[in-house]
Structure formats: structure tokens, C-alpha cells
Design a protein around this ligand. Sequence first.
Ligand SMILES: CC(C)(COP(=O)(O)OP(=O)(O)OC[C@H]1O[C@@H](n2cnc3c(N)ncnc32)[C@H](O)[C@@H]1OP(=O)(O)O)[C@@H](O)C(=O)NCCC(=O)NCCS
Length: 176
Amino acid sequence: MEFITARLILREFKEGDFEALREMDSKPEMHTYERKLPGEIETREALDEYIKNQLEVPRTTFRFAMTLPPQDTAVGLIKLARQWELTREWEVGWTVHPQEWGKGYAGEAAWTVMDWGFRELNVHRIVAFCHVGNVASVRVMEKLGMHRDGRLRETRWLNGKWWDEYVYSILEKEWK
Ligand SMILES: CC(C)(COP(=O)(O)OP(=O)(O)OC[C@H]1O[C@@H](n2cnc3c(N)ncnc32)[C@H](O)[C@@H]1OP(=O)(O)O)[C@@H](O)C(=O)NCCC(=O)NCCS
């Protein structure tokens, strides 16, 4: 499966993406609000999981590499995954290589997969979560027209402290 956006190609992950994924995983600024720096084994396990997900029937987790044609190197990741079957709620998530920050790629990729989700996957509601300090991620959510549903108290344990996170959402009727 593949999407072509104005500037990106979003494609499924493959074995050959390990180096690019490792390059992103080794950047501390990628993980400031998420988790401690992943080691090589964690990157390997993550890539294996992304590839394994492609065999699901039906698919409930999609992770696409963001690439900048004509290059095929992954410079980011966009995820769309089902949270709750009954309520048709899915979660979107994003990561972009720091060298490419500030160019609107996260939003461009997210818009494309969210639009596809609402049109093709019978999605009712898409949610996104972020650490309250993650201003860049909050901006991406706001630029996508997502609504801040609330602040979840002390749901993240990071650097020896509890942190709150925001939850944002958008509904199918709002997307139209
Ligand atoms: C969050 C993230 C995906 C945003 O991707 P992006 O493609 O740079 O997004 P945008 O270009 O739309 O920028 C979003 C906001 O980030 C901020 N930003 C962009 N580049 C920045 C930089 N170099 N330094 C600081 N802030 C920056 C700006 O405030 C921008 O908002 P604006 O459009 O109102 O100016 C990216 O910062 C990232 O990968 N961060 C690390 C991983 C992460 O935290 N993922 C999200 C988990 S919830």
C-alpha cells in the first residue's frame, strides 16, 4: 500500500529501512517527550513488528515510512491504528527526522492517512496523544483541525517523573 502526497511518498516499511530507522532512533531530540533512547535491539524489534503488522487480516495497524522522492529513504513515520472496534476509534501518530522538522511533513502525511481512514476504513473518530510539553506535536494536531478533548493526568513516566498528556480527536462528521 502506498500514498503519494504533494511532497511525500508514504509506503510500508521493509527490511532495508533498518539503517534509516536506526538513524532516527539514535537522535535524542526524537525521544525527548516519548521514552529513553532506544538501542539497536529495540529498533530491530520495532521494524520486525512494523513488517509483521502487514500480515494482519484484517489490518488494524498501519505504519508508513515517509519518503521524499526520488529518494526512498525513510525520513519519518506515520501510524494509524485501531484502538476500539466497537466505537470505530483509531489513533494517529507521527515522527519526523529532525533534519526535516518545520516543513509540515507530519501534517501532510497525517492528513493523507486520516482522510483515507475516514473514507475507506469506516473510521468514526481519530485520536492523538502527546506529552503536554510537546509543542510541535500539539501544533500538528491543531493544524489538522483536531479538538483538545482533555488533559490526562500523570499518564507518562519519563526521566524519573510523571507527566500529563493531551488527548486530541476529530470525528468523521467534522472531517467532511
Ligand atoms: C512532532 C513532529 C512529528 C512534528 O513534525 P514536523 O513535520 O516538523 O511538523 P510541522 O513542520 O508541522 O511543525 C509543527 C510545529 O513544530 C514546531 N517546529 C518545527 N520545527 C521546529 C524546530 N526545528 N524547533 C522547534 N520547533 C519546531 C513549530 O512550532 C511548528 O508549528 P508552526 O507550523 O505553527 O510553526 C516532530 O517534531 C517530531 O518528530 N518530534 C519528535 C517525535 C515526536 O515527538 N513525535 C510526536 C509524538 S506525540
